[in-house]
Write a protein that binds this ligand. Structure first.
Ligand code: AG3
Length: 284
Protein backbone atom coordinates (compact mmCIF):
# COMPACT_ATOMS: atom_id res chain seq x y z
CA UNK A 1 0.00 0.00 0.00
CA UNK A 2 3.04 2.35 -0.19
CA UNK A 3 2.18 5.47 -2.20
CA UNK A 4 -1.46 4.64 -1.70
CA UNK A 5 -4.04 5.82 0.77
CA UNK A 6 -5.09 4.18 3.99
CA UNK A 7 -8.84 4.51 4.36
CA UNK A 8 -10.25 4.12 7.84
CA UNK A 9 -13.16 1.71 8.06
CA UNK A 10 -14.72 2.83 11.34
CA UNK A 11 -17.90 4.55 10.23
CA UNK A 12 -20.32 3.19 7.65
CA UNK A 13 -21.24 6.60 6.20
CA UNK A 14 -17.98 8.57 6.23
CA UNK A 15 -14.30 7.76 6.05
CA UNK A 16 -11.01 9.59 6.44
CA UNK A 17 -7.90 8.67 4.52
CA UNK A 18 -4.19 9.15 5.05
CA UNK A 19 -1.51 9.00 2.40
CA UNK A 20 0.87 6.16 3.06
CA UNK A 21 4.48 7.28 2.61
CA UNK A 22 5.72 3.90 3.70
CA UNK A 23 4.34 0.79 5.36
CA UNK A 24 6.49 0.17 8.40
CA UNK A 25 4.86 -3.04 9.59
CA UNK A 26 1.82 -5.05 8.77
CA UNK A 27 0.63 -8.22 10.46
CA UNK A 28 -2.30 -10.20 11.70
CA UNK A 29 -1.69 -10.58 15.41
CA UNK A 30 -3.44 -13.18 17.52
CA UNK A 31 -6.21 -10.64 18.18
CA UNK A 32 -6.36 -8.11 15.36
CA UNK A 33 -5.09 -6.78 12.07
CA UNK A 34 -2.26 -4.36 12.79
CA UNK A 35 -0.62 -1.84 10.50
CA UNK A 36 1.98 0.82 11.23
CA UNK A 37 2.64 3.29 8.42
CA UNK A 38 4.18 6.66 7.83
CA UNK A 39 2.26 9.79 6.88
CA UNK A 40 3.71 13.21 6.14
CA UNK A 41 1.30 15.10 8.41
CA UNK A 42 0.98 12.82 11.43
CA UNK A 43 4.22 10.83 11.50
CA UNK A 44 3.88 7.15 12.26
CA UNK A 45 0.36 5.85 12.56
CA UNK A 46 -0.94 2.71 14.27
CA UNK A 47 -4.20 1.22 13.01
CA UNK A 48 -5.93 -1.84 14.43
CA UNK A 49 -8.63 -3.59 12.44
CA UNK A 50 -8.74 -0.62 10.06
CA UNK A 51 -9.20 2.02 12.81
CA UNK A 52 -6.60 4.69 13.65
CA UNK A 53 -5.50 4.18 17.25
CA UNK A 54 -2.68 6.62 17.67
CA UNK A 55 -0.12 8.68 15.78
CA UNK A 56 3.24 10.03 16.83
CA UNK A 57 1.98 13.44 15.72
CA UNK A 58 -1.14 13.88 17.85
CA UNK A 59 -1.01 11.17 20.54
CA UNK A 60 -0.24 13.76 23.19
CA UNK A 61 -3.71 15.33 23.04
CA UNK A 62 -5.53 12.13 23.93
CA UNK A 63 -2.98 10.64 26.31
CA UNK A 64 -2.42 13.80 28.33
CA UNK A 65 -6.11 14.47 28.79
CA UNK A 66 -7.02 10.90 29.67
CA UNK A 67 -4.15 10.52 32.17
CA UNK A 68 -3.47 13.90 33.79
CA UNK A 69 -7.08 14.96 34.34
CA UNK A 70 -8.11 12.01 36.57
CA UNK A 71 -4.74 11.74 38.32
CA UNK A 72 -4.55 15.43 39.20
CA UNK A 73 -8.25 15.56 40.08
CA UNK A 74 -7.78 12.63 42.44
CA UNK A 75 -4.83 14.39 44.03
CA UNK A 76 -3.11 11.47 45.75
CA UNK A 77 -3.23 8.59 43.32
CA UNK A 78 -0.66 5.94 44.14
CA UNK A 79 -1.96 2.91 42.30
CA UNK A 80 -3.13 3.36 38.72
CA UNK A 81 -4.63 0.73 36.44
CA UNK A 82 -4.66 1.07 32.67
CA UNK A 83 -6.79 -1.32 30.66
CA UNK A 84 -5.50 -1.53 27.09
CA UNK A 85 -3.07 1.19 26.05
CA UNK A 86 -0.62 -1.16 24.31
CA UNK A 87 1.28 1.69 22.66
CA UNK A 88 2.48 2.89 26.09
CA UNK A 89 1.52 6.56 25.67
CA UNK A 90 -0.90 6.43 28.60
CA UNK A 91 1.59 4.53 30.72
CA UNK A 92 4.21 7.19 30.10
CA UNK A 93 1.83 9.99 31.14
CA UNK A 94 0.78 8.19 34.34
CA UNK A 95 4.40 7.62 35.33
CA UNK A 96 5.12 11.35 35.07
CA UNK A 97 3.35 11.71 38.42
CA UNK A 98 5.95 11.22 41.14
CA UNK A 99 3.28 10.24 43.67
CA UNK A 100 2.22 7.29 41.54
CA UNK A 101 3.92 4.24 43.01
CA UNK A 102 2.79 1.68 40.50
CA UNK A 103 1.02 1.59 37.16
CA UNK A 104 -0.48 -1.75 36.25
CA UNK A 105 -1.19 -1.96 32.55
CA UNK A 106 -3.31 -4.83 31.31
CA UNK A 107 -3.11 -5.27 27.56
CA UNK A 108 -4.61 -8.23 25.75
CA UNK A 109 -2.31 -8.17 22.72
CA UNK A 110 1.39 -8.61 23.40
CA UNK A 111 2.21 -7.90 19.76
CA UNK A 112 0.83 -4.36 20.08
CA UNK A 113 3.21 -3.67 22.95
CA UNK A 114 6.20 -5.26 21.22
CA UNK A 115 5.59 -3.62 17.85
CA UNK A 116 4.91 -0.19 19.32
CA UNK A 117 8.07 -0.40 21.40
CA UNK A 118 9.98 -1.22 18.25
CA UNK A 119 8.35 1.02 15.66
CA UNK A 120 6.74 3.82 17.69
CA UNK A 121 9.27 4.22 20.52
CA UNK A 122 8.62 7.93 21.00
CA UNK A 123 5.12 7.18 22.28
CA UNK A 124 6.14 5.10 25.31
CA UNK A 125 9.58 6.75 25.53
CA UNK A 126 11.04 4.21 27.95
CA UNK A 127 7.90 3.80 30.10
CA UNK A 128 7.96 0.01 29.78
CA UNK A 129 11.39 -0.04 31.44
CA UNK A 130 10.28 2.02 34.44
CA UNK A 131 10.47 -0.04 37.66
CA UNK A 132 7.00 1.24 38.62
CA UNK A 133 5.48 -0.39 35.54
CA UNK A 134 3.69 -3.68 35.98
CA UNK A 135 2.81 -4.92 32.49
CA UNK A 136 0.27 -7.72 32.45
CA UNK A 137 -0.61 -9.41 29.16
CA UNK A 138 -4.14 -10.57 29.81
CA UNK A 139 -7.80 -9.96 29.12
CA UNK A 140 -8.69 -6.75 30.98
CA UNK A 141 -12.17 -8.04 31.73
CA UNK A 142 -10.86 -11.10 33.43
CA UNK A 143 -8.22 -9.13 35.25
CA UNK A 144 -10.70 -6.80 36.96
CA UNK A 145 -12.96 -9.73 37.75
CA UNK A 146 -10.21 -11.65 39.51
CA UNK A 147 -7.71 -9.22 41.02
CA UNK A 148 -7.81 -8.31 44.69
CA UNK A 149 -5.65 -5.23 44.09
CA UNK A 150 -7.29 -1.83 44.51
CA UNK A 151 -6.59 1.25 42.40
CA UNK A 152 -7.03 4.97 42.92
CA UNK A 153 -7.48 5.68 39.22
CA UNK A 154 -8.60 3.33 36.46
CA UNK A 155 -8.09 4.43 32.85
CA UNK A 156 -9.67 2.41 30.07
CA UNK A 157 -7.60 3.15 26.97
CA UNK A 158 -9.42 0.85 24.63
CA UNK A 159 -10.33 0.44 21.02
CA UNK A 160 -13.95 1.07 20.04
CA UNK A 161 -16.80 -1.23 21.09
CA UNK A 162 -16.24 -3.51 18.12
CA UNK A 163 -13.89 -6.52 18.07
CA UNK A 164 -11.72 -7.36 21.09
CA UNK A 165 -12.58 -4.04 22.80
CA UNK A 166 -16.36 -4.62 22.92
CA UNK A 167 -16.29 -6.35 26.32
CA UNK A 168 -14.79 -3.19 27.83
CA UNK A 169 -18.13 -1.42 27.40
CA UNK A 170 -20.30 -3.91 29.32
CA UNK A 171 -22.08 -3.46 32.68
CA UNK A 172 -20.14 -6.43 34.09
CA UNK A 173 -16.81 -4.85 33.24
CA UNK A 174 -17.82 -1.49 34.72
CA UNK A 175 -19.03 -3.19 37.90
CA UNK A 176 -15.73 -5.03 38.27
CA UNK A 177 -13.83 -1.76 37.76
CA UNK A 178 -15.92 -0.14 40.46
CA UNK A 179 -15.08 -3.00 42.80
CA UNK A 180 -11.36 -2.50 42.08
CA UNK A 181 -11.39 1.21 42.96
CA UNK A 182 -10.33 2.52 46.35
CA UNK A 183 -12.84 4.82 48.09
CA UNK A 184 -12.57 8.20 46.36
CA UNK A 185 -11.28 6.51 43.21
CA UNK A 186 -11.84 7.77 39.67
CA UNK A 187 -12.74 5.77 36.55
CA UNK A 188 -12.30 7.20 33.04
CA UNK A 189 -12.72 5.68 29.60
CA UNK A 190 -12.42 6.38 25.90
CA UNK A 191 -15.94 7.03 24.74
CA UNK A 192 -15.87 7.91 21.07
CA UNK A 193 -16.93 10.92 19.06
CA UNK A 194 -20.57 11.85 19.75
CA UNK A 195 -21.24 12.95 16.20
CA UNK A 196 -20.39 9.60 14.72
CA UNK A 197 -20.32 6.94 17.42
CA UNK A 198 -23.97 7.38 18.07
CA UNK A 199 -25.34 5.28 20.87
CA UNK A 200 -21.96 4.58 22.42
CA UNK A 201 -22.22 7.34 24.97
CA UNK A 202 -25.80 6.99 26.18
CA UNK A 203 -25.09 3.34 26.74
CA UNK A 204 -21.90 4.01 28.68
CA UNK A 205 -23.41 6.63 30.96
CA UNK A 206 -26.51 4.60 31.73
CA UNK A 207 -24.39 1.64 32.76
CA UNK A 208 -22.02 3.75 34.86
CA UNK A 209 -24.82 5.63 36.59
CA UNK A 210 -26.07 2.46 38.22
CA UNK A 211 -22.69 2.05 39.89
CA UNK A 212 -21.34 5.53 40.67
CA UNK A 213 -22.77 8.60 42.40
CA UNK A 214 -21.23 10.94 39.88
CA UNK A 215 -21.09 10.24 36.15
CA UNK A 216 -19.98 12.86 33.69
CA UNK A 217 -18.10 13.40 30.45
CA UNK A 218 -15.21 15.52 29.38
CA UNK A 219 -13.56 15.89 26.06
CA UNK A 220 -10.70 16.77 23.78
CA UNK A 221 -10.55 17.28 20.04
CA UNK A 222 -8.14 14.63 18.79
CA UNK A 223 -7.35 15.39 15.13
CA UNK A 224 -7.07 11.81 13.96
CA UNK A 225 -10.26 10.69 15.73
CA UNK A 226 -12.32 12.19 12.97
CA UNK A 227 -15.64 13.88 13.69
CA UNK A 228 -15.01 16.62 16.26
CA UNK A 229 -14.82 16.35 20.03
CA UNK A 230 -13.76 13.02 21.42
CA UNK A 231 -15.39 12.36 24.77
CA UNK A 232 -14.22 10.49 27.81
CA UNK A 233 -16.47 8.91 30.40
CA UNK A 234 -15.90 10.03 33.99
CA UNK A 235 -17.20 8.18 37.04
CA UNK A 236 -16.56 8.51 40.76
CA UNK A 237 -18.51 8.73 43.97
CA UNK A 238 -17.38 12.28 44.64
CA UNK A 239 -18.79 15.08 42.43
CA UNK A 240 -16.26 17.52 43.93
CA UNK A 241 -13.45 15.85 42.00
CA UNK A 242 -14.61 17.29 38.72
CA UNK A 243 -15.44 20.69 40.17
CA UNK A 244 -12.04 21.62 41.62
CA UNK A 245 -11.26 25.34 41.39
CA UNK A 246 -8.74 26.02 38.69
CA UNK A 247 -6.34 27.48 41.29
CA UNK A 248 -6.23 24.13 43.05
CA UNK A 249 -5.64 22.25 39.80
CA UNK A 250 -2.88 24.72 38.95
CA UNK A 251 -1.27 24.23 42.36
CA UNK A 252 -1.27 20.45 41.89
CA UNK A 253 0.00 20.67 38.33
CA UNK A 254 2.85 22.99 39.26
CA UNK A 255 3.81 20.78 42.20
CA UNK A 256 3.85 17.78 39.83
CA UNK A 257 6.38 19.52 37.51
CA UNK A 258 5.06 17.78 34.45
CA UNK A 259 5.76 18.93 30.94
CA UNK A 260 2.78 18.86 28.62
CA UNK A 261 1.95 19.92 25.08
CA UNK A 262 -1.83 19.98 25.32
CA UNK A 263 -2.93 19.75 28.94
CA UNK A 264 -3.15 22.92 30.99
CA UNK A 265 -4.95 23.36 34.34
CA UNK A 266 -7.33 25.80 32.66
CA UNK A 267 -8.13 23.29 29.94
CA UNK A 268 -8.58 20.60 32.58
CA UNK A 269 -11.24 22.66 34.35
CA UNK A 270 -12.87 23.69 31.08
CA UNK A 271 -12.97 20.20 29.61
CA UNK A 272 -15.86 19.29 31.93
CA UNK A 273 -17.97 21.97 30.25
CA UNK A 274 -19.47 19.81 27.55
CA UNK A 275 -21.65 20.89 24.61
CA UNK A 276 -25.45 20.78 24.84
CA UNK A 277 -25.38 17.72 22.60
CA UNK A 278 -23.40 15.81 25.21
CA UNK A 279 -25.42 17.23 28.13
CA UNK A 280 -28.54 15.88 26.48
CA UNK A 281 -26.93 12.47 26.30
CA UNK A 282 -25.83 12.70 29.95
CA UNK A 283 -29.30 13.71 31.08
CA UNK A 284 -31.07 10.93 29.24
N1 AG3 B 1 -7.69 4.14 21.40
C1 AG3 B 1 -8.82 4.91 21.04
C2 AG3 B 1 -9.12 4.90 19.59
C3 AG3 B 1 -10.44 5.48 19.33
C4 AG3 B 1 -10.73 5.69 17.93
N2 AG3 B 1 -12.11 5.91 17.87
C5 AG3 B 1 -12.72 6.80 17.14
N3 AG3 B 1 -12.02 7.53 16.31
N4 AG3 B 1 -13.96 6.94 17.29
C6 AG3 B 1 -6.52 4.87 21.45
C7 AG3 B 1 -5.35 4.11 21.91
C8 AG3 B 1 -4.27 5.07 22.21
N5 AG3 B 1 -3.48 4.64 23.29
Amino acid sequence: MTGEWFTETLHPAVAQRFRVEKVVYRDKTEHQDLVIFENAAFGRILALDGVIQTTTGDEFVYHEMLAHVPILAHGRARQVLIIGGGDGGMLRRCLMHAGVEKVTMVEIDRSVVDLCREYLPSISDGAFDDPRTDLVIADGCRFVKETDQRYDVIIVDSTDPIGPGAVLFTPEFYADCKRCLTPGGVFVNQNGVPFLDEGEQPRTYAKLRVLFRDVWAYGAPVPTYYGGLMTFGWASDDPALRALPVEEIRRRFEAARIETRWYTPELHAASFAVPRLVLDILER
